[in-house]
Design a protein around this ligand. Structure first.
Ligand SMILES: NC(=O)c1ccc[n+]([C@@H]2O[C@H](COP(=O)([O-])OP(=O)(O)OC[C@H]3O[C@@H](n4cnc5c(N)ncnc54)[C@H](O)[C@@H]3O)[C@@H](O)[C@H]2O)c1
Ligand SMILES: N[C@H](CO)Cc1c[nH]c[nH+]1
Ligand SMILES: [Zn+2]
Length: 437
């Protein structure tokens, strides 16, 4: 873990190094991902089976890539009732938030009598990536599939790795609850490639969404253009802004909650209180002694974790805007001014009783969020990833008479004669009709 202090002369250099901290790890996967995608494109199912065997230790054939209804049924029957109840709490809350997100169509008549509008329609098919290498993520099934279902997408395909060939019952129960229409036991870049390019077994989709490790995130970046993607939702991140009034153990656990996802995850504490900084550092070390996923969390904390002491909370907010983290926690007495000042963060958790883990499961807003500073220009998954806009214009004769001449002038200025004529031929006919009348 790195210690930074904004009052120190080397702070700028240290902060720049922290921002670039995971770039080389990310770049390391570019080449392997390109090769995997090329193999899937060229050899389809055969490559999928080969990579699934190699990376997930799962023996599959083209005939067994798809998880059958009978397997889903059998798995769902194994889920304890109280877990199904928890899944239902999460699903209901996620569903109602995403329903509230659905935008209205637009239609109005302007001053020239032209009807203008914008209509939203659902995508035909989407591919959801659900991570599953180092942990199983039933919550990510809900976060991916519920907005797609709410948006009205008819075909909702899902890929999930099944390490050592083991199906996770809660993942399959979540898929059934959320309206997924087909599930494949494939992970990583090869899953993204299959959904983007299509294979004999997996038909291509229009957009690939969902979180994953560095391989998944890079694969989505590389297939963008062939299909749509949501955002680069890679290894998890959190920035916690905390004042002196906090339980150091609670803050340490918030940092470790991201660190335990992936050795490439990043957790950062920013505080104006040097004493809290020291106590949280000690609490993290203590928790790492007993945390079951300490190996992953320690790797993340040691390589990418940071504690920064700042002069005040305004300075903390300004640093957050440069980091643009996936998650931001505001664990301070008066969060509103910091909330107002922060402009770049995937999701913000406000108040000491709202740890980020609430948002991972049962808050309602989506937990699939932009990472690697991409929150500067992109947003978390939402119904907007599953719908698209079509604009429309309807004009009658009187309106064409009013706005058409300007179009003719601009078309002529661009040297596009057919454009100019397509308008002027109609204006001429209106003129003749008028003169003839
Ligand atoms: N940003 C978000 O919204 C968000 C949400 C949930 C989870 N996450 C992140 O998702 C990730 C889950 O990672 P995971 O690893 O547990 O599962 P994963 O499903 O993302 O990755 C597992 C796959 O990675 C591929 N892979 C692993 N090693 C490889 C190698 N050497 N070469 C080629 N491919 C390889 C394999 O195909 C494997 O199936 C974590 O980084 C977590 O932080 C992010
Ligand atoms: N924190 C992750 C997003 O970065 C989401 C998640 C799912 N389950 C637990 N956590
Ligand atoms: Zn999490």
């Amino acid at each position: 873990m790195k210690r930074l202090d904004t009052t120190q002369p080397d702070f700028r250099a240290q902060f720049a190094a922290l921002l670039a901290d995971r770039d080389s790890d990310t770049a390391r996967v570019d080449g392997p991902v390109t090769e995997i995608l090329a193999a899937v494109r060229a050899r389809g199912d055969e490559a999928l089976c080969e990579f699934t065997n190699r990376f997930d230790r799962t023996r599959v054939t083209p005939a067994t890539l798809r998880i059958t209804e009978a397997e889903i049924e059998a798995a769902c029957a194994k889920v304890p009732t109280e877990l199904l109840a928890a899944l239902e709490v999460a699903a209901t809350r996620i569903e109602s938030f995403h329903r509230a997100q659905m935008p209205a169509d637009l239609r109005y008549v302007d001053g020239a009598g032209v009807t203008l509008g914008m209509r939203w329609t659902a995508l035909d098919s989407v591919g959801l990536y659900v991570p599953g290498g180092k942990a199983a993520y039933p919550s990510s099934v809900l976060m991916n599939a519920i907005p797609a279902h709410v948006a009205g997408v008819r075909r909702i395909a899902m890929c999930v790795p099944t390490p050592d060939g083991v199906l996770n019952p809660l993942v399959l129960a979540a898929a059934r609850r959320a309206g997924v229409t087909e599930i494949y036991r494939v992970g990583g870049a090869q899953a993204v490639g299959a959904m983007a390019y299509g294979t004999a077994t997996i038909a291509p989709v229009d957009r690939v969404v969902g979180p994953g490790n560095a391989y998944v995130a890079e694969a989505k970046r590389q297939v963008f253009g062939k299909v749509g993607i949501d955002s680069i939702a890679g290894p998890s991140e959190v920035v916690v802004i905390a004042d002196a009034n906090n339980d150091p153990r609670a803050i340490a656990l918030d940092l470790l909650a991201q660190a335990e996802h992936d050795p490439m995850a990043q957790s950062i504490l920013i505080t104006p209180d040097a004493d809290l900084a020291n106590r949280v550092a000690r609490a993290v070390a203590t928790e790492l002694e007993t945390l079951p996923r300490a190996e992953i969390a320690r790797a993340s904390w040691d390589a990418h974790g940071a504690i920064m002491t700042v002069r005040n909370l305004d300075e903390a907010a300004d640093l957050v805007n440069k980091i643009a983290p996936e998650h931001l926690e505001l664990m301070v007495d008066t969060p509103e001014p910091v909330f107002e000042r922060v402009r770049h963060a995937g999701a913000i958790f406000i108040g000491r009783y709202c740890p980020e883990a609430i948002g991972d499961y049962v808050g309602g807003p989506n937990h699939v969020l932009p990472t690697s500073r991409t929150a500067r220009f992109s947003s978390g998954l939402s119904v907007f990833d599953f719908i698209k806009r079509t604009t429309f214009i309807e004009a009658q004769a009187e309106s064409l008479r009013e706005i058409g001449p300007a179009a003719v002038s601009l078309a002529e200025a661009e040297g596009l004669d057919a454009h100019a004529l397509s308008v002027s031929v109609r204006l001429d006919s209106l003129m003749h009709a008028h003169n003839g009348a």
